[in-house]
Design a protein around this ligand. Structure first.
Ligand SMILES: [Zn+2]
Length: 673
């Protein structure tokens, strides 16, 4: 490589005279280089000396290198003239390395940055011009002109970015102007930033602004980079000092849409300095941007706010906006007539905020829950009345009127009870059904069900599995009376995850993570089929079991949760070894949920015990079927229907004391293969 450079350089010297004499035109870089060449009589002499040293392969001292720094500039200049900007920049940088005080090198590099001005090259262009002006008073005027051009270009770029709806870029241009200039330029940029900021990404604006307000910010990032480059291991104190360097790396990754990488860096920053609000803010914003309003995002913003400081107002603004959005969503949902849709928003507000926001949300949540319960009762009453089950239907209406008289459904119940007409609803009667009815379905009818679907590949599988499950579950329950021929079970199968998610959010039914859910009283099942095997083997038999089960007992509130879920899981077609192993391990380690607690659950235990709850429920049902058969299970149901306590149920149905029953269950768990 060296030989080649020397040859090229020799050619350069020969061409020298021609270059000096050629018109430099308006290009300030050319003007400056040529002026230097003209004014410094030693200029070409030094280049020759440098070339000679190179040719002899002589190692140069630092002092010699400094003396020849303009030789590097000159190579750079030639490369520049041949449109090799990257190579030219490299030479100018070398010139600065060998002589930091070389104004021409700073000037040329800055002009190159200016020529290709961008959000990345703005800062080095401005700094380079200022350094050059300081080092050589003769360059001052030219530098000032160049800086004015940079300001104007930045303003134009910002305006163009706004037109293209790239508010982040616009904000960054203004922030660069604010950071680097004073007076009118700064005032203008501040004013424009305030406008564009509303539409820009708060993460971008905040990190940039933080950098602008903390004078040691850039310095620390450089220190960290240097330490990192040397492979030095940092002390905890140093890491803490450089925590914003992690944030900055994260920010760079964020700008490249690498959200995982960015989150990783922000987390590192939090780990090294727990008192730094910036990474908490960034992580919160990142979560909110990519996952919508969510628990973690809000928690990070709140934590950043708690730490106080300059970020507090911005955090507060973000949090206020989230609260306003959640309230808006809830209210819009109520306006559309769906309290089921509003409930999750109020629940979120109540769980993730404090003070007035929490109190207000709790109040509205309670009201929405009452409305939902009332609506459910009304739907059930209408369902019964329409099918001629008048006594049950009227009983339900009366119950609704006494319990939830003030609700919208309560008002309607009163009207119906006074002899008013029942509103005619579409064929499907749940709120989910109304939404599902808007999709384009094909239907496949079997003896007991109608499968609504869009792709034939799974419709038959679903229909077959429905009939198999029906047979299986009715045998287990000895439920011979089941007859759905006249009023078939409706199974809706969504064929892509996106449509499923949209349906759930629009209808407000089913939780965010649910792959299926059922309205047992209405004989409706809704499922996502993006994992076909899981849908056929798990979701469908599980949900269908719930439907049959509740119909069998009429009033599902009489049944304990373990029995509902245990039977549903038992009828899934997938393997259940893992659940048995989990229960066995829990018993061995003393973590088994004891029978009296298991049978007392009326809602799902939260946290880590949910999986164990399901597994134990399954094993308990299987124990009953294994030891006491279908008849034993049917006897248990008969007693439970009379609302007897489980202890008494076991005594009457199985002729066992509860302690004996529990001991036998444990034995079953231990010995089951
Ligand atoms: Zn279930």
């Amino acid at each position: 490589m060296r030989t080649l450079t020397v040859v090229a350089a020799a050619a350069v010297v020969i061409a020298w005279a021609a270059v000096v004499q050629s018109a430099a035109g308006d290009d300030p870089l050319a003007v400056a280089v040529e002026r230097y060449a003209n004014e410094d009589e030693n200029y070409s002499q030094r280049i020759k000396e440098y070339l000679a040293a190179q040719a002899e392969d002589k190692a140069l001292t630092a002092e010699e290198k400094r003396r020849y720094s303009n030789a590097y500039v000159y190579y750079g200049y030639l490369l520049y003239r041949h449109d090799k900007a990257m190579d030219a920049a490299q030479r100018f940088r070398e010139a600065i390395v060998v002589d930091e005080g070389n104004p021409l090198a700073h000037y040329c590099l800055a002009l190159l940055h200016k020529k290709f001005i961008s959000l990345q090259t703005f800062q080095p262009a401005v700094e380079g011009l200022r350094t050059a002006a300081k080092l050589d008073p003769l360059l001052k005027d030219s530098c000032r002109e160049q800086l004015v051009e940079i300001i104007n270009t930045a303003k134009d770029k910002a305006e163009a970015a706004i037109k293209e709806k790239k508010e982040n870029d616009a904000a960054r241009w203004y922030l660069l102007l604010i950071r680097n200039f004073d007076g009118k330029t700064k005032a203008d940029a501040l004013e424009k930033l305030a406008v564009v900021e509303e539409a820009a990404d708060p993460l971008v604006v905040t990190v940039e602004r933080y950098a602008e307000e903390d004078p040691t910010y850039g310095q620390r990032i450089q220190e960290h980079q240097a330490a990192h480059a040397q492979g030095a291991s940092l002390t905890a104190e140093q890491k803490r000092r450089y925590s914003n360097a992690y944030v900055y790396y994260g920010y760079v990754l964020y700008l490249r849409n690498d959200q995982n990488g960015a989150a990783q860096r922000f987390r590192e920053a939090i780990t090294v300095d727990k008192t730094n609000p910036l990474p908490l803010f960034c992580l919160g914003r990142l979560q909110l941007k990519y996952f919508g309003v969510n628990k973690e995002g809000v928690a990070y913003l709140r934590a950043a706010k708690e730490l106080g400081g300059a970020l507090t107002p911005s955090c507060q603004k973000q949090l206020d906006a989230i609260v306003a959005w959640l309230r808006e969503q809830a209210e819009a949902s109520i306006k559309r007539g769906s309290y089921i849709g509003a409930e999750p928003y109020y629940r979120f507000l109540a769980a993730n905020f404090e003070g007035e926001v929490k109190a207000d949300a709790q109040k509205k949540l309670k009201a929405a829950e009452d409305e939902i319960k009332a609506e459910k009762m009304l739907r059930e009453a209408k369902y019964l009345l329409k099918r001629g089950r008048d006594i049950e239907g009227k009983k339900k209406l009366d119950e609704l009127i006494t319990t939830y008289a003030w609700t919208r459904a309560g008002e309607e119940a009163k009207k119906i009870r006074r002899g008013g007409k029942i509103d005619e609803k579409p064929d499907v009667e749940s709120p989910a059904g109304e939404y599902a009815a808007r999709e384009r379905w094909i239907d496949l009818e079997t003896a007991n069900c109608i499968v609504y679907y869009k792709s034939t590949e799974y419709a038959k599988l679903v229909a077959k599995r429905v009939e198999e499950t029906l047979k299986q579950v009715t045998e287990q329950l000895q439920y011979t009376k089941l007859d759905w021929h006249k009023d078939k079970c409706k199974v809706f199968v969504f064929d892509d995850a996106e449509a499923w998610a949209e349906f759930k959010s629009k209808s407000g039914a089913g939780s965010e993570w649910a792959a299926g859910f059922a309205y047992p009283t209405l004989r409706e099942i809704y499922m996502d089929s993006s994992d076909l095997e899981y849908m056929i083997d798990n979701i469908l038999p599980h949900e269908l079991t719930h439907v049959i089960h509740r119909e069998y007992v009429r009033d599902d509130t009489l049944l304990p949760l373990w029995l509902l879920e245990g039977l549903a899981v038992h009828n899934e077609f997938a393997k259940k070894e893992e659940k048995h192993d989990m229960v066995k391990a829990a018993l061995a380690s003393g973590h088994l949920i004891p029978l009296n607690r298991l049978t007392a659950f009326t809602s799902y235990p939260g946290g880590g015990s949910t999986a164990l709850f399901y597994a134990e429920s399954l094993v308990l049902v299987e124990f009953i079927l294994d030891r006491f058969g279908n008849t034993g299970l049917a006897n248990i149901h008969k007693k439970l229907r009379k609302a007897e306590e489980f202890e008494k149920v076991v005594k009457r149905a199985l002729k066992l004391k509860i302690e004996e029953f529990e001991a036998q269950w444990h034995e079953y768990i231990r010995t089951k293969q």
